[in-house]
Design a protein around this ligand. Sequence first.
Ligand code: ADP
Ligand code: MG
Length: 616
Amino acid sequence: MADIIKLLPDHVANQIAAGEVVQRPASVVKELMENAIDAGATSIKLIIKDGGKTLIQVVDDGVGMSETDARLSFERHATSKISSAQDLFNLETKGFRGEALASIAAIAHVDMQTRTTDNEVGTHLKIEGSKIVSQEVVATPKGTSISVKNLFFNIPARRNFLKSNQVELRHITDEFHRVAMVHPNVEFHFYNNGSEIFNLPGTKHRQRIVHIFGSKMEHRLVPVNEETEVVKVSGFICKPEFAKKSRGEQFFFANDRYIKSPYLHHAVVAAFEGLIKSDTYPGYFLFLDVDPSSIDINIHPTKTEVKFDDENTLYAILRSTIKHSLGQFNVAPVLDFDHDPNLDTPYSYKEKGAVIPKVTVDATFNPFEESMAKKSSSSGNFHKQSTKGWEDLYEGLGNQNDHQEFSSVVIESESEEQGTLYSGKEAEEHLASTFQLRRKYVVSTVKSGMLVIHQNRAHERILFEKFLGEITVKEGVSQQLLFPLELTFNKQELSVLKEIQESLTNIGFVFESLEEETVKVTGVPMMVPESGIGTVLDRLIADYMEGYANGSISQAEMLAKALSRNLAVRTGDVLDSESQLMLVNNLFACKEPNLSPFQKITYTIISEGDIDKKFN
Ligand code: ADP
Ligand code: MG
């Protein structure tokens, strides 16, 4: 029997190999862009026509190739990147197989122009189906430009298998992102059918991600940084509230190479556990740096799958690093997907637990004293009286001038049972590190960095919750006026006053009668200065009418909003240090400290990391 084994001709072998390396236009894009990176390019241009079916061109300003190298680069297993098997374990480049150009040239029409810095003229090569069809000397800029036309022209089955131009373009864009993201210092341009779809200037990782995914990313990214003996992890995760139902913003890079790793993905998801819904995916852009000898990228021709020596350790490090970032940047606690504010018990006593009522005896009680008798007979009103008794009247007299000035602002302390950020010795320490900035912000320190509170909005939030609570549970404390105040209202205002009288009484207002246009006020909430009563009531009525016209919310809420708006300290008010501390404490004792009643941000935390960045 005759021998039947033959060596396949090169072009057939190349075609078979090409099937492994080049699955679709996006594979060509990946190979050409990676070659440009390996050539040290600082600027890379990608030009695509018809989803890459008609043209894929990559132009770089890298080192270029000599005439001989240019010809050799299309031979199979021709590479400048490794020379021994040992080099495989110390890869610093993207390419190493020396197969890409040979494979591409086997299944397409390739046109290459390249020039090194040392040569004044470059080389122009045309190759079709592995055959060199022309070679010329050419004047060309330093670097390399490779055009790939008519992909799979000689493998119709493959060509027919390609998807629509849009789908192919999407695959190409994915590859483009992966390369661009990991080389933020390199400038990239991407043209599709003549129009520029990406123009990425050289920058840093964060900005590159923002340039690629849009400015909305800016506020979503939380930095991740950890350096251990096994791995250096850097990059960003997206805040949990931006987790998406679809995949797409998950990126792992190992030693500057895009990789897929279901195992490490799981580590990230595990770190987000409890913070995102189970059917959503967290976004992440994570760069792992490991010792090149501890990673094997040789197990798959398209090289997105890698094998790490110590995957279990990597998993643990990754998971804890991300947990740490989530905690450090305060992203964890704000999440409560099923939270429905309407179901909350107002100013809730639910956390406080049950307390055994104390029987208190008023030692100064004199049943024969008229005012006392009145006090005890008006049931339910007891709390609205000043708790401190008659001394308050004198106190008011002595400080009358102070009380009449809006600008000297003192923020009262909330009840002690409420949770506070600082107390006792801690409070003293923080008092020293709390200060007012431009009469607008109160600045303090917290564990993760610097706390900046908008004094007006924060106080609005505090007062809003306080008044809302008082209106609902009727516990407002009243200060009795020494001389009842007479105020005049028109009919409409009067009718509004009557409508909200009960709520106003609950928070500490005492009206003698609301029948005449002249109204006698005999008591006001503790925090309303006597001189401001008229103004506060006027504004309150106006706000209430406006709010009422808009409808929708409850009277209690509307009033609490109006009161907080009118009574909160303002920008420009000077706060003494105790008031500053009180503001911090009371704000964080609120149920929803992060927003003012008018849905404005009340505070921000500038993390240590953010400050560090300013010094870079
Ligand atoms: P590999 O990248 O695995 O070495 P390729 O087939 O992609 O294999 O490239 C073969 C060789 O051609 C490379 O090793 C490199 O020397 C050279 N080469 C390819 N593209 C470029 C380029 N854009 N600039 C300079 N040299 C290049
Ligand atoms: Mg290559």
